[in-house]
Design a protein around this ligand. Sequence first.
Ligand code: AMP
Length: 249
Amino acid sequence: MKVLVAIKRVVDANVKVRVKADNSAVELANIKMAINPFCEIAIEEAIRLKEKGHASEVLVVSIGPDTCQEQLRTALALGADRALQIKTDESPEPLAVAKLLKAVVDQEQPGMVILGKQSIDGDNNQTGQMLAALTGMPQGTFASEVAIEGDALQVTREIDGGLQKVSLKLPAVVTTDLRLNEPRYASLPNIMKAKRKPLETQTPEDLGIDISPRLTVLEVTNPPERAAGIKVGSVSELVEKLKNDAGVL
Ligand code: AMP
């Protein structure tokens, strides 16, 4: 079974993001970028499926400018076999990403597609669900455990207040939650080997997909600054402030 993993290049999770002075977007110039953390978990799960003998090939795909080849090479160093960049200098919206991935699914016929549950930049949490709808594949979203039994996939989903187990018929779409696994680091020899692994490039036009945006971002702003705290002199002053100033009592 071939496993397709979709990975997005985003601002590194450890970087404190800044909004551009003109409030048009988040500042990306000279900012450390990385694989979206949920996509790292997706890569790890695909590699584990290969190590367990369930997957024969792991194909990673990223949609973005040439800089996203850096993240594809990292995925190859982690153990993916092949990479595909769908080259665009735009930032396609989730529906456009899902349509592009559907075109790759039609081309590659994977037995499973693993995505992150959410990209930490756009916080959309839409692409996996839309891909499942477009392809007609069943979906196991927010997965914290994945197990293959015959031609079925058992997915444990993280839902409000507990876990839900679902059984899906393969081929299926899975989106990863934080507790699915702990991604490994790439070793230096594997980083060197990854340079020789195949990385192919296609464009949305090659795939016949229109990625024109449907939304216009009007403004990006910082969250309001938190006011500094104060020290109170006594419990009665605290109660008075909670009652009269904060209005929470
Ligand atoms: P989102 O719906 O934007 O929160 O993204 C959910 C998941 O869709 C991500 O974790 C990725 O697996 C996939 N995805 C979103 N955008 C891209 C992209 N530009 N390239 C590849 N995969 C993407």
